[in-house]
Structure formats: C-alpha cells, structure tokens
Write a protein that binds this ligand. Sequence first.
Ligand code: NI
Length: 167
Amino acid sequence: MALLPILQYPDPRLNKVAQPVQLINDQTRKLIRDMSETMYAAPGVGLAATQVDVHQQIIVIDVSEAHDDLKVLINPVVLQTSGKEENEEGCLSVPGIYENVSRAEQISVKALDENGKEFTLEAEGLLAVCIQHEMDHLQGKVFVEHLSHLKQTRIRAKLKKQRRETL
Ligand code: NI
C-alpha cells in the first residue's frame, strides 16, 4: 500500500471530470486500497480519485468513529434526493477551511463495489453530505466552488499565505 499525494485547491486538475470505470480489476482494487489508506492517514472521512489525480469515478468514504465502515462507490449515480440542509464542510484538498454548504438532506445512490457488484445506498446526515461532496469532486467541483466569488478569492488568499508559512 502507499500514501498518495492529494491535489491542493486551486490546482486545475481538481476541475477535471472523471470518467466511468469500464473494468474493475486488481489495479482498480490497488488504487482503492491506496486511496483508503491515504484517507485514513490524513485523516479524512472521504476521498475521490480526482483528488489523487486519477480521473475515474471512484470514491472511498468512512464516516464511522472507529474507522471500520469503509464504503467504496464506483460509478455512483444519484437515484433520489430529498430535503435541504446546510452543513459545515471541509476537504483534504482545502486544508484548514470549513464553510457551510447547502445539500440534500437524504440521498439514495447506486454504485458498484470493488468487486463490480451493484448496490444501493440510502444515506442521511454526515454520510449523505459526504457522498454529495465526493460526487462533486468527480464532476470537477470543489466544495468551496459552491460559495460566492468573493469568498473563494478570500479562501485562495488565505491558503496561499498558509502555504508560504509552512514551506
Ligand atoms: Ni473534498
């Protein structure tokens, strides 16, 4: 296994649209293991392949406290959403920034697991937020891009300053 470097906003590669996975093989499963390890090590609750510069529709999520409930979503499709809720979000590609984003409260998605088996997932709460956040990544959208242009400009300036101070 290996830790993968995570692209940092506003890297333009975060805006690439991921392609559906055509064939799930050992290489796919190795990527999924590396993505999971990278997510747990960060630590984070979700990671999209886009964030490690692989532009395929693959997401790993684990919102459990014990880190023992890994969910792998390949080629996820939203079946249904309901409600609306604002929650504070963060992202491993936008370190130290937490902002409110409005999302569906409940979501139902279908996806393939790491063995190519289709499943349906009904989610609410943090898991629902996380799925929508990660699916945005696959569409080339970072959560801060839901905010006003003024806010995005401020966030980019803050990140630039942060990076100068840590380098
Ligand atoms: Ni993210």
